[in-house]
Design a binder for this molecule. Structure first.
Ligand SMILES: CC(C)(COP(=O)(O)OP(=O)(O)OC[C@H]1O[C@@H](n2cnc3c(N)ncnc32)[C@H](O)[C@@H]1OP(=O)(O)O)[C@@H](O)C(=O)NCCC(=O)NCCS
Length: 143
């Protein structure tokens, strides 16, 4: 598996497997914007894009994984975990945050497996499905 920053030419492949992009132009725009700003990372197997993730610093200036999405046919093979581990190495701040819905058990288990701790929750985003914020300390001080 190859993990690298996405290039403009990877956008169509990402959009093809992200089921939200199929019906939501805002998601397509999000993908283009994140690629343009160098925040989008991809996992590739046999020259095919099989997952993408977005790492930016919008969360109170801390590392923030805004997105992780694995191609449905490639789930439960360790690809999501590998991409998050890669972002843990790439992150420029000592603290890394992300969030997911309470209903998203796969993502919560993945984060627990990688040593992320819960850091509170936000209500009133998705009705009846709180958003849990997760946190991982990568190192003691900024280097
Ligand atoms: C959540 C998601 C990213 C997981 O990616 P993945 O590549 O399938 O995850 P991995 O194979 O690395 O799994 C790592 C751990 O996560 C947990 N996990 C993953 N899929 C799971 C599932 N369907 N049910 C329960 N636990 C699951 C397990 O603990 C697993 O460890 P194990 O293999 O030792 O049991 C993937 O299901 C996905 O893309 N979902 C849609 C988008 C999404 O919800 N993104 C996250 C919120 S932004």
């Amino acid at each position: 598996m190859e993990l690298r920053i996405a290039a403009k030419t990877d956008a169509d492949a990402i959009i093809a497997f992200d089921h939200i992009a199929a019906s939501d132009p805002a998601r397509v725009q999000f993908i283009h914007n994140q690629i343009k700003s160098g925040a989008c990372y991809i996992a590739m197997i046999d020259a095919n894009v099989v997952a993408y993730a977005v790492l930016n610093y919008k969360f109170y200036d801390n590392g923030w994984i805004e997105m992780l999405y694995v191609h449905p046919r490639f789930r439960c093979q360790g690809i999501g975990s590998a991409l998050i581990r890669h972002l843990m190495n790439e992150c420029r701040t000592p603290k890394l945050f992300t969030s997911t819905n309470q209903s998203n058990v796969p993502m919560q288990r993945l984060l627990a497996t990688l040593g992320f701790d819960r850091s509170g929750f936000i209500e009133n985003l998705d009705e009846g499905d709180p958003e849990w914020v997760y946190f991982k300390r990568l190192r003691d001080h900024a280097t």
